[in-house]
Design a protein around this ligand. Structure first.
Ligand code: ACO
Length: 336
């Protein structure tokens, strides 16, 4: 199916989305369960964030395990059994060294392909898409598996109600293939940015080379992050739409990073897009960081909320600070 609003200039080469797979660990954690041991409540969490539950992996399950499951499902959704590269976005790698992607590629039986991790926190999946598109457009790869996978349950301070109620574990993956910009599924452009001056708003202070003995737990200055998330995702999506020549009114679905339903609505308001067009699945999965965008896409496509031929904007924001957006016409892909 082609988009009637396209121009001939769109016959340029592009990375095209061909498959989508996701995986959530089996254990759902309700707000009530968290309220038993933290000074919080289902009512506070629901009204301030929109989250009703999240999934947490058991301590024996690593990010790479979730990534393998989602990766296998994406390959199946695309109807392929091989790729030329694997790009894995995560904040919670299996180990500080080596990267998680090579092991995931090996577990998936993909052979000695290039495989590497991308660290852009909650913006990681969009950065990974851009990196994979770069591999395709430079001829390094014809087909790339892009995965976002996280096990935040392992880095949350169980006593910190500011973060423990927000994050969930999960993984999502897509297969990108070399194609043309006038095909449905083609990633039509990217807007990426960062602001390292505000690196301390979202951080794991310890474990790296700067503060070796500091806390290994994830920290977030929620209020400041909220304001930045709205501004940056709004600006980034607007810049991308202007570059693509897509009027805001032509966007059918806004798939934003699933951090807080109030953030998603504020970004929709900035873009003059009806709030109903902003895809929301954080009520079910919480904030899954780098896995957030593919999990939201799969929920929306699986439920029929997102239909082939619709114009979709993906926008994400997270620690770094880092943010990014991309856009596509949704292809006829069945999420797995
Ligand atoms: N239960 C009950 N009360 C709470 C909880 C809780 N779980 N958490 C905080 N509070 C309290 C605070 O202590 C504060 O109390 P006080 O007024 O007595 O000091 C009050 O609620 C208000 O706190 P705020 O932080 O101002 O609450 P806010 O409405 O901003 O909501 C939240 C906090 C949900 C974290 C919000 O700021 C948010 O969503 N921020 C953005 C998160 C985000 O976008 N993340 C994306 C990037 S994440 C990444 O990159 C990994």
């Amino acid at each position: 199916m082609t988009d009637p609003q396209r121009t001939e200039a769109d016959a340029r080469p592009a990375a095209v989305l061909k498959g989508l797979g996701t995986y959530l660990p089996p254990r759902a954690v309700s707000n009530d369960e968290l309220s038993e041991r933290l000074d919080t409540s289902d009512e506070w969490i629901r009204t301030r964030t929109g989250i009703r539950q999240r999934f947490w992996a058991d301590p024996g399950t690593a990010t790479g395990d979730l990534a393998v499951e989602a990766g296998a499902r994406a390959l199946k959704s695309a109807g392929v059994d091989g790729v030329d590269a694997v790009v894995l976005a995560t904040t919670t790698p299996d180990h500080p060294c080596p990267g998680t992607a090579p092991w995931v590629a090996a577990r998936l039986g993909l052979g000695p392909v290039p495989a590497y991790d991308v660290a852009a926190v909650c913006a990681g999946f969009v950065y990974a898409l851009a990196s994979a598109a770069g591999l395709i457009l430079t001829g390094v790869a014809e087909r790339v598996l892009v995965i976002g996978a996280e096990t935040y349950s392992g880095i949350l301070d169980p006593a910190d109600r500011n973060t423990a109620v927000i994050f969930g574990d999960g993984a999502g993956a897509v297969v990108l293939e070399a194609g043309r910009a006038d095909e449905p599924g083609a990633l039509l452009g990217f807007d990426l940015g960062s602001d390292g001056e505000q690196h301390d708003l979202i951080a794991i202070p310890g474990g790296g080379s700067r503060q070796r003995a500091a806390s290994p737990y994830f920290t977030m200055q929620g209020k400041k992050v909220f304001a930045q998330a709205v501004t940056r995702m709004g600006q980034s999506s607007t810049a991308l739409l202007e570059r693509l020549g897509w009027p805001k009114s032509s966007v059918d679905r806004l798939v934003g990073h699933q951090a807080n339903v109030r953030i998603l609505h504020a970004v929709a308001d900035l873009l003059d897009i009806d709030r109903e067009r902003a895809v929301v699945n954080l009520d079910r999965v919480g904030n899954t960081s780098a896995a957030s965008i593919p999990l939201a896409l799969a929920d929306a496509a699986g439920s029929g909320e997102l239909r082939p031929g619709e114009r979709v904007v993906l926008t994400a924001f997270g620690g770094g600070l880092a943010w990014g957006s991309t856009a596509l016409v949704w292809p006829d892909v069945t999420p797995n």
